[in-house]
Design a protein around this ligand. Sequence first.
Ligand code: ADP
Ligand code: MG
Length: 371
Amino acid sequence: EPAPQSQSFEFREDPSFWKDHNVQVIIRIRPLSSSEISLQGNSKCVRQESCQTITWTGHPESRFTFDLVADEHVSQEDLFKVAGLPMVENCMGGYNSCMFAYGQVSFQTGSGKTHTMLGDIEGGTRRHSVNCGMTPRVFEYLFTRIQKEKDTRKDEKLRFTCKCSFLEIYNEQILDLLDPSSTNLQIREDMKKGVHVENLKEIEVTSARDVIQQLIQGAANRKVAATNMNRASSRSHSVFTCIIESKWESQGVTHHRFARLNLVDLAGSERQKSSGAEGERLKEATNINKSLSTLGLVIMNLVNISNGKSLHVPYRDSKLTFLLQDSLGGNAKTTIIANISPANWLVEYIFCVFALLFIGDTKYIEVCTAG
Ligand code: ADP
Ligand code: MG
């Protein structure tokens, strides 16, 4: 049957974002892949109802509300304008920011986390590729913004230093993606540096091109690390951080400001109970789910605290939240982009059976049974 004409909704920033809450959640629905279309046609299991609501057309039909819904027609550029640009502005004001890409594991086509966070980085920055993702766009804008600020505040001797680091958390262990010989790094906390990773490589960057170079290097190291350990790279969290330091003089006094900008591609979440995984695989899945549920609890408690409740925030229950402690809560702004696939679970199931019968690949069969 022909697909019902979907109504298009305006995708724009809601000015109340971040006014009342420091956390916002955007749902991003990716388009169906060509193989999904060939199996199930154009029918989808999610329907957008408004700028903020979607309906899951399963049994029973359920409706979910978010701060914003981005359907398949929302471009990388539009998503950057709504979610990335305000984050950079926040950092320019001296506040920390965090952006997370969340999504479920899948056997066939992923949910879109890496597409959202990195996209086509080899293609360069936004002038060159429509598929260029959030991170390169954020840095292209950041360096333009820094130059503008310097131009307008010439007499204050304004100086900026940007240092980036790129790490991976796999099985609650930290690996430096810019120096893969550094494994199992430790998180420390002190008065001077706050929460930080000991001996993590920090590289000074002065342009979006510098950042992209580090992203490409880090992504290649991430692939090698995953291959060496015989695991999928999507089973780890990757955290790209930039520390933006500014110094200026005003009325004979030197001022100093720091802001941290964190961009996180989360490990795929999965339904472990029914997956039947054992041994190392179970430990790995348990760690992934534990860190994702801790992140969920931390964020939920922060939202409740901003609503006036007094609660304990369990930052230390996972490496990811401990590491990002200074960038979650307080004045920091957090954006979560939850990526979902509109494909029917049956499609996933058929692919898994196909993999098992014809390719003999049992690696992802747990995903199938979980589905
Ligand atoms: P994940 O990182 O969650 O496993 P990916 O980002 O690798 O998933 O996305 C899986 C595939 O779907 C990729 O080929 C990607 O290019 C495509 N894709 C994901 N989201 C979109 C989107 N919004 N628009 C177009 N293609 C997308
Ligand atoms: Mg990915």
